[in-house]
Design a protein around this ligand. Structure first.
Ligand code: PMP
Length: 426
């Protein structure tokens, strides 16, 4: 049996940094990444047979817990027929119908294979539809790694300190205008100057790639109103929030309707899937109906559709999100109380099955600058203390945490006991 350390050394021979996605390398917290061999419910088992309560959930998809029996059964059933044909299958229509039912602002939807593809395609579509080039995004929001969106981005880009990537031509980046999340005045000002050139606003309706920051009242409503005024396309990137903060996503929770929505993660139940959809009038501009090209060899893959549908079936059960919210609130409340008991300043956010915690004196964190000023050294010590005690948190202070329906009293208690022990040791 190889240890995590040995596996990491072996991995580095032929994989850059030993990982296939940068945050996994633990650069944000230091130390050796954990190699996993199994997940069941809320728990993961690593290569050394150590078990952890998981708050990453494969970065979101595992909202029903790892290896949910019905999801596994649906995948097993699907593979008996073949792995894909690169031609239409009926299950794609089932998926499209369900997505348009659950997220009513989507009148039409197209499946892709990742969140990055979904946002990249939605941006191209918004540009093709409006005939305009400029895109508004917000600092610290991450929308995948397409060129035009890797400007002042969040997630791994922030963790590694390269929010604007090398390799993105200045001539591409110049069309991306980056504004301040939760600051509607910055958006009004920008549109007053450049509104007629702006194709779209893309926003994480709850920011989950600079820790977790919900929108302040009026922010999303303001974006809607500005897009209406200037006839720009409003894109909610719900790759993370979709089906997680509410069954119908953040747009249902906040009652603000975008023109286009991007989805990922949960929609594939753990397999590589993304989707983008919205108003018919806009979606009909895509090939083969219209001039905006977009395609994918594996798009709508039937095995991936089966995993996604089985996961969506779980989360449609009555009371699912109320239970998830309750668990998440108990977690953040418990973390806060544990910190308070040991005189450690901690601020938290929780919404649906998504949460964030910040080592800061600020009672409430609403802005990127506040996140940037949090105590990263404390976060690192907390992360490693928790890891040692069998709790797997995101290895970066710039990521949201995720709770699944497989978490329960025992897991929350285990987590809070670990947090108390970590704080007591400081
Ligand atoms: N948008 C958001 C809001 C995300 O959180 C992510 C990934 N975490 C993406 C897009 C990109 O998705 P993917 O990693 O599947 O390309």
């Amino acid at each position: 049996m190889h240890s995590n350390q040995q596996l990491f050394e072996l991995a580095q021979h032929h994989i850059p940094g030993g990982v296939n996605s940068p945050v996994r390398a633990f650069r944000g917290v230091g130390g050796t990444p954990v190699f996993f061999k199994e997940g069941k419910g809320a728990w993961l088992t690593d290569a050394e047979d150590k078990r952890y309560v998981d708050y990453i959930g494969s970065w979101g998809p595992m909202i029903a817990g790892h290896a949910h029996p019905e999801v596994i059964a649906a995948v097993q059933q699907a593979v008996t027929h073949g792995l894909g044909y690169g031609a239409p299958t009926a299950i794609e229509t089932t998926m499209a119908d369900l997505l348009c039912e659950l997220v009513p602002s989507m009148e039409m939807v197209r499946m892709v294979s990742s969140g990055t593809e979904a946002t990249m395609s939605a941006i191209r579509l918004a540009r093709g539809f409006t005939g305009r080039d400029k895109v508004v995004k917000f600092e610290g929001c991450y929308h995948g790694h397409a060129d035009s969106l890797l400007v002042k981005a969040g997630s791994g880009a922030l963790t590694l300190g390269v929010p604007s990537s090398a390799g993105v031509p200045a001539s591409v980046a110049e069309h991306t205008l980056t504004l301040r999340f939760n600051d509607i005045e910055s958006v009004r000002k920008c549109f007053a100057e450049l509104g007629s050139q702006i194709a779209c606003i893309i926003v994480e309706p709850v920011a989950g790639n600079m820790n977790c920051i919900p929108p302040v009242p009026g922010f999303l409503e303001g974006l809607r109103q500005i897009c209406d005024e200037y006839q720009s396309v409003l894109i909610f990137d719900e790759v993370m929030t979709g089906f997680r903060v509410a069954l119908g996503g953040a747009q249902e929770h906040y009652q603000v309707t975008p023109d286009l929505t991007t989805l990922g993660k949960i929609v594939g139940g753990g397999l590589p899937v993304g989707a983008f959809g919205g108003k018919k009038e806009i979606m009909q501009v895509i090939a083969p109906l219209g001039p905006v090209y977009q395609a994918g060899t594996l798009s709508g893959n039937p095995v991936a559709m089966a995993a996604g549908l089985a996961t969506l079936k779980q989360i449609r059960q009555p009371g699912f999100h109320a239970h998830l919210s309750d668990l998440t609130q108990r977690l953040t409340q418990g973390l806060k109380e544990a910190a308070q008991k040991h005189n450690i300043a901690l601020s938290t956010h929780a919404i649906g099955g998504m949460f964030g915690f910040f080592f800061t004196d600020e009672p409430r964190v609403d802005f990127y600058e506040q996140v940037a000023e949090c105590d990263i050294e404390r976060f690192k010590r907390f992360f490693h203390g928790m890891l040692e005690r069998g709790v797997y948190l995101a290895p970066s202070a710039f990521e949201a945490g995720f709770v699944s329906s497989a978490h329960g009293d025992a897991e929350i208690e285990h987590t809070l006991d670990a947090a108390n022990a970590v704080f007591a040791s400081w």
